[in-house]
Design a protein around this ligand. Structure first.
Ligand SMILES: NC(=O)c1ccc[n+]([C@@H]2O[C@H](COP(=O)([O-])OP(=O)(O)OC[C@H]3O[C@@H](n4cnc5c(N)ncnc54)[C@H](OP(=O)(O)O)[C@@H]3O)[C@@H](O)[C@H]2O)c1
Length: 332
């Protein structure tokens, strides 16, 4: 077990300090809900306090059962944990129902942080093929997104969520919606790993007091086949990562996590293997990277997006690049 006072923390805009690292719970079609929930159990016992959940991962009920066990055994109290969950893409018009379902599955009465998982309401079945498209897919709409966000704000008013956040956003979309928010997002969950640092979006979030939470922090080596392309870069093989791993005598995965925490984002590494999740947490409590190593990793960015989101494309959209507003305007 790693003592809590050794785990770094970051301050949200509210001043509340939260763990600077969490556990991801998306099994990537590779691990079933039993394995993932047992990992949550082991990880909390080992010292993790932030758990990143989502309804679409289809494992919240199993995670809820282990949370119940942890509370019963008095390993932790509810207030010791920081639990995130996310509204499904097909429930943007019934956010309260979605959150209440997640809370009931997770066996908790409030979420610490509730995300809009994707800015598109376009439904696709979990685990579907990368080529699958939903017939009623639409491009991003500020009005529709704000309708979803207003419902999220109400979740805070009702005490069902302590903070709300956005995920998979871009600067043009944030520019359009942030001025309309009554309650600002506390966090932005975004893909962040050494070969995809999203410096502009990261800096944008920080400058507005929005905490970046980084998914795929080690380059998601076990991501589903549908999310793999021939051009993808393996983060753990980047020269700067390999060199630092050698210098510190650790697995490259741990260098990715040290970099993430030292940069300031909250990485949410996934693992069901006790040796991995324990070393992932321990890595950010000891033996930091040097300034030179941090600079070398910063210079090794390859702009390599792994989770392209192609299933969200709408009829007439060119390709997945359209989802990310790469020309600086919201794609239509
Ligand atoms: N908001 C969103 O849209 C979104 C999108 C994607 C992910 N997420 C969240 O982000 C979390 C993390 O992303 P991810 O799971 O895709 O990627 P990741 O955390 O970068 O990669 C996880 C994989 O890395 C390997 N690994 C973990 N620790 C390791 C270690 N110490 N040494 C060597 N290999 C290690 C494991 O592979 P093996 O199992 O093969 O050993 C594990 O399955 C998800 O679980 C989910 O909670 C959110």
């Amino acid at each position: 077990m790693i003592e809590q006072n050794r785990i770094p923390r970051v301050s949200l805009q509210s001043g509340e300090k939260v763990p600077a690292i969490g556990l991801g719970t998306f099994g990537s079609d590779k691990y079933g809900e039993k394995e993932v929930s047992e990992a949550v159990y082991g990880a909390v016992r080992c010292g993790y306090r932030l758990i990143d959940c989502a309804a679409v991962y289809e494992n919240e009920a199993s995670i809820g059962a282990v949370l119940g066990r942890l509370f019963e055994e008095k390993t932790v109290g509810r207030e010791d944990l920081f639990i995130t969950t996310k509204v499904c893409n097909d429930r943007h018009r019934e956010v309260e129902k979605s959150l209440r379902q997640s809370l009931s599955d997770l066996q908790i009465t409030y979420a610490d942080l509730f995300f809009v998982h994707w800015p598109f309401p376009n439904y696709h079945a979990p685990g579907c093929d990368g080529d699958s498209r939903s017939a009623d897919s639409k491009p991003f709409s500020v009005d529709e997104f704000m309708d979803t966000w207003r419902q999220c704000e109400r979740m805070v008013d009702l005490g069902l969520a302590r903070y709300i956040g956005m995920s998979n956003m871009t600067i043009p979309k944030l520019e359009a919606v942030l001025p309309l928010c009554r309650i600002m997002p506390a966090a932005l969950e975004m893909e962040l790993h050494p070969s995809f640092q999203q410096k502009e979006l990261y800096d944008y979030a920080i400058s507005r007091g929005i905490q970046p939470v980084g998914f795929c922090p080690m380059g998601s080596p076990s991501r589903p086949e549908r999310d793999k392309t021939a051009d993808d870069v393996a983060d753990m093989e980047l020269p700067s990562i390999a060199a630092a791993a050698k210098a510190h005598g650790v697995h490259p995965a741990l260098i990715c996590l040290k970099w993430a925490v030292q940069r300031g984002q909250i990485p949410i590494p996934f693992s069901v293997k006790p040796s991995q999740y324990e070393s992932n947490l321990r890595a950010v409590t000891e033996d930091p990277l040097t300034e030179e190593e941090m600079a070398a990793i910063a210079a090794d960015d390859r702009n390599c997006r792994l989770i392209k989101g192609q299933v969200f494309l709408w009829p007439g959209a060119s390709d997945w690049h359209a989802l990310w507003d790469e020309d600086g305007t919201i794609s239509k």
